[in-house]
Design a protein around this ligand. Structure first.
Ligand code: ATP
Length: 491
């Protein structure tokens, strides 16, 4: 995790929010490369789930909603975490997570020596388990109290209870309250889904682990409405679709680079299942902090639509033409965090390799995720014709992709810099490309393309550059493209 945090800051991916004021540990700012990576995640999600599927549509609901929404959804009463406070150092912890961090212990069996003991383990000297504050090792903890995670705010110019509302803690409710609007305006038949990407806010008691748990984050959520009276392949429609969404979501993360061995499914046990959920499965990823939730896929039954119908007084049903009756759809909710997905993609892409006796750090991003697709590098920055050609290539390619020009170091160092931020391809312009007028040599009009992962290089004519990148960045394997061109030594 330290390597990821440091690389993220050094190379412009992620900065701590308000850093010059000492920073906050609970909010993060995405720098020039981070914002590209994040946009790419959101773009492919939207493309794969909304644009390409005939049964899905998009939505962009507002963050501030009618306060009754949060009563109906259960968030006002139930969106709480149990917290305990240290009476000595005043630090606050989540009661259910307190044994997941190492704890400080002044051991009576060793004249009060201070030890830091691994999470959940007893002291190896005196055998006691943790009861005091894990941070200071001295203070008693208060009994658990419930703490609501919603950020309160006021709508309008008067700060009074009547104008109290909340920053949304999830995007999902914006979809439920628009169910009928979408159904009517788009003339839909079940099953269909509505997807949304947007900010959510939670006043987490213990934010941390970099962008894994923050107080302001983004979600990519889908509510997929199904007819509970129907069966598909011999199973109730909700159960069938729940299974489909679990498989689809797993496959999506694998497709864009998460390794099989770092992904697993975890079923919620009966005692942790939310009261409205028929079944919930989490996709867990092996983050640097250990196995943790990347996304949740819940069968929320008809709970949400029924609650909003009850609190709003509006009918939120679907007319089943075949059976001639009104039904309340069941809903399957695949809900993923953008920031957590980004952390997983970053962690999985990160490699430290040894190349010709030197360490190379490389982010092996899927090309669709890579913040920069191509870097154009002049081999000699003193040669005006080389520099001009390199700029012209950047200008041309940047009509379609994110492309940078860099001439601030020698070529070896420039390659390493691009490897470190995951740029899949570099283009170098050299004397051979433009020729040497002084010597009466004409250029061959070819440039070198270098592949990040294999470090192989090929010579490609300037005319073909656009179509070659269309293939490579469109998903073609390097080997299948490179085989058609003249090879050069590795770069
Ligand atoms: P956790 O148990 O980790 O707090 P959760 O079960 O409360 O998460 P959900 O309410 O299911 O999370 O939210 C759906 C997704 O939103 C999560 O799988 C996660 O990817 C993301 N998410 C939730 N809370 C945060 C947070 N504080 N920071 C970043 N991402 C979050």
């Amino acid at each position: 995790m330290d390597a990821l945090v440091s690389l993220s800051k050094r190379r412009g991916f992620i900065f701590q929010s308000s850093e010059i004021y000492g920073g906050t540990g609970s909010c993060w700012d995405y720098g020039p490369l981070g914002v590209e990576l994040k946009q790419n995640i959101k773009r492919i999600w939207w493309r794969d789930y909304i644009q390409r599927r005939p049964d899905m549509m998009g939505l962009d609901a507002s963050i501030l909603m009618h306060p009754t929404v949060w009563k109906a959804s259960g968030h006002v009463d139930n969106f709480t975490d149990p917290m305990v406070d240290c009476l000595e150092c005043r630090r606050r912890f989540r009661a259910d997570k307190i044994d997941e961090t190492p704890w400080v212990h002044y051991c009576p069996a060793t004249k009060g020596n201070k030890f830091t003991i691994p999470a959940g383990e007893p002291c190896s000297h005196c055998g006691v388990t943790r009861t005091l504050c894990p941070e200071c090792g001295k203070g008693e903890l208060t009994p658990p109290r419930q703490f609501n995670l919603m950020f309160k705010t006021f709508m309008g110019p008067v700060e009074e209870d009547a104008s109290l509302t909340y920053l949304r803690p999830e995007t999902a409710q914006g979809i439920f309250v628009n169910f009928d609007n979408v159904l009517q305006s788009m003339r839909r038949k079940l099953p269909f889904g509505i997807g949304q990407i947007g900010k959510a806010f939670r006043n987490e008691i213990t934010p941390g682990n970099f962008i894994f748990r923050s107080r302001e984050f983004e979600q990519m959520e889908i509510e997929f409405f199904v007819n509970p009276l129907e069966t598909v392949e011999g199973r109730p429609a909700d159960e069938y679709w729940h299974e489909r969404w679990i498989e689809d979501s797993m496959a999506w993360f694998r497709r864009y680079g998460l390794s099989e061995e770092n992904l697993r499914l975890r079923e919620h046990e009966a005692d942790e299942l939310a009261h409205y959920a028929k079944r919930t499965a989490d996709i867990e990823y092996r983050f640097p902090i250990g196995w943790s939730e990347l996304m949740g896929i819940a069968n929320r039954t008809d709970f949400d639509l029924k609650q909003h119908a009850k609190f709003s007084g509006k009918t939120l049903t679907y007319f089943d033409e075949e059976r001639k009756e009104h039904v309340v759809p069941y809903v399957i909710e695949p809900s993923a965090g953008v920031d957590r997905a980004l952390l997983a993609f970053l962690a999985d892409a990160y490699r430290e390799e040894e190349v010709r006796g030197e360490k190379r750090v490389v982010l092996r991003f899927h090309p669709e995720l890579a913040p920069l697709k191509v870097a154009v590098l002049p081999l000699l920055k003193k040669r005006e014709d080389i520099v001009r050609t390199a700029h012209a290539i950047r200008d041309e390619l940047s009509k379609d992709w994110t492309v940078v020009y860099d001439d601030t170091a020698a070529i070896g160092r420039l390659y390493r810099r691009q490897d470190e931020v995951g740029t899949p391809y570099c283009v170098t312009v050299d004397v051979q490309t433009v020729g040497d007028q002084a010597k009466g040599e004409v250029g061959d009009g070819k440039v070198t393309i270098r592949d990040r992962d294999s470090m192989e290089q090929i010579r490609v004519s300037l005319d073909a550059l656009g179509s070659v990148f269309l293939e490579l960045l469109g998903g073609a394997a390097w080997a299948s493209v490179a085989g058609r061109f003249e090879r050069k030594g590795d770069g």
